[in-house]
Ligand binder design. Structure first.
Ligand SMILES: Nc1ncnc2c1ncn2[C@@H]1O[C@H](COP(=O)(O)OP(=O)(O)O)[C@@H](O)[C@H]1O
Ligand SMILES: O=C(OP(=O)(O)O)[C@H](O)COP(=O)(O)O
Ligand SMILES: [Mg+2]
Length: 388
């Protein structure tokens, strides 16, 4: 993989793909881990005499949703880096080109949410051409999005001299190294909301992990597959087949698949929702499972305490809402106290650790959730492959 050591950036315009897909609340950034993660690369490029055109996605907009504008991110970045950051009115087009052309060395232009362009996720050639026309060089520091073959992560790398940024470089090295010969027992914890994306990796963990602890919305396809009721819980239908396969495999394998034995249920997804502990996992109609229950949290914490290596992606519940943070907090505290090697990955998982003040209590806090899972699984990441 090419790195910043291979690029001469003096007086050049550099298009930098960053992953500024950060959690927001009421129009403000609630966790800036991913922004701070990119700072070493941005500062190194600026010190080298470059002008920067930054490109990132934010959330999964269906159209130009104003609440997914990168405005709050531009403001936060400007504060952190101590330089003005201009936000472009869009991703491509004459106005954006003029702004990029006007950049002087040391200047920073952040393009608007690249997923406002429908061509982004389709890896559209015209969009990749337009992005490439804004700069002389391309640097990818968006490790969290490296598992996506999109125009700004893959297409544009094929069109400009390119290199990996320092964050992406460090993530690939560290994650590759830590899990090469893991100290046993290896405990994998998988939760969160992106179930369809991530359920496939459970298959792979069955071969490498001694214990797999399932939480978050990841548990509902399993419960459905077992014939439990899930009520209004977030349960992606596409997950039920893979969950069934994983359950069948866990019966044959030495691998231990653990599911929650109790849940916190709520009547809606809101901090003010009515809620209670359900001793069991059959979620009644009109209710949703929103956190793991206290007995599950204790059981998971006991498993984590015995681990030689822990890999965790995906919160155990809707931890952003205080009444539903207990399960994620208990697991986070157990991971922080574990004497083995501990790796936590994911934009939201990292935000949870920071929220609990435990961000520096793990061996490696990765900015990538899906990306780190796919890397560990042994898959090639398109964003990384394009830099080779
Ligand atoms: N039971 C649940 N129901 C609905 N959402 C959940 C549940 N458990 C966790 N979540 C949500 O999952 C989100 C994070 O998922 P994901 O993006 O997959 O994790 P990461 O960013 O760590 O990779 C959080 O915003 C959290 O609110
Ligand atoms: O937040 C991200 O991944 P994560 O939730 O797995 O940590 C990345 O920015 C990728 O976003 P995407 O899953 O919408 O492509
Ligand atoms: Mg996430």
């Amino acid at each position: 993989m090419k790195t910043l050591d291979d690029l001469d950036v003096k007086d050049k315009k550099v298009l930098v793909r960053v992953d500024f897909n950060v959690p927001l609340k009421d129009g403000a950034v609630t966790d800036d881990t991913r922004i701070r993660g990119a700072l070493p690369t941005l500062i190194e490029l600026l010190d080298g005499g470059a002008a920067l055109v930054l490109v990132s996605h934010l959330g999964r907009p269906k159209d130009r949703e104003p609440e997914l504008s990168l405005r709050p991110v531009a403001d936060r970045l400007a504060e952190l880096i101590g330089t003005p950051v201009k936000l472009a009115p869009g991703v491509v087009g004459d106005q954006v080109t003029a702004l990029a052309n006007a950049l002087e060395p040391g200047g920073i232009l952040l393009l608007e949410n690249v997923r406002y362009e429908p061509g982004e996720t389709k890896n559209d050639g015209d969009l990749a051409d337009a992005l490439a026309s804004l700069a002389d060089l391309y640097v990818n520091d968006a490790f969290g999005a490296a598992h996506r073959a999109h125009a700004s992560t893959e297409g544009v790398a094929r069109r400009l001299p390119h290199a990996a940024g320092r964050l992406l470089e460090r993530e690939v090295k560290t994650l590759g190294g830590i899990l090469e010969h893991p100290k046993k027992p290896l405990v994998a914890i998988v939760g969160g909301a992106k179930v369809t994306d991530k359920i496939a990796v459970i298959d792979r963990f069955m071969h490498v992990a001694d214990t797999i602890l399932i939480g978050g919305a990841m548990c509902f396809p399993f419960f459905k597959a077992q014939g439990h009721t899930v009520g209004d819980s977030l349960c992606e239908a596409e997950g039920v087949g893979p969950a069934k396969d994983a359950l069948a495999q866990s019966r044959m394998d030495r691998s231990h698949l653990e599911l929650p034995i109790d849940l916190v249920i709520a009547d809606r997804f809101a901090a003010e929702a009515e809620h209670r502990v359900l001793d069991g996992v059959d979620v009644p109609d009109g209710w949703m499972g929103i956190d793991i229950g206290p007995r599950t949290a204790q059981m998971y914490a006991d498993e984590i305490a015995k681990a030689g290596t822990v890999f965790w992606n995906g919160p155990m519940g809707a931890f952003e809402l205080e009444p539903f943070a207990a399960g994620t907090r208990a697991v986070a505290e157990a991971v922080a106290a574990c004497e083995g090697t501990t790796v936590v990955g994911g934009g939201d998982s990292a935000a949870a650790l920071q929220q609990f003040g435990l961000g520096d209590r793990v061996t490696h806090l990765s900015t990538g959730g899906g990306a780190s899972l796919e890397l560990i699984e042994g898959k090639k990441l398109p964003g990384v492959e394009a830099l080779r």
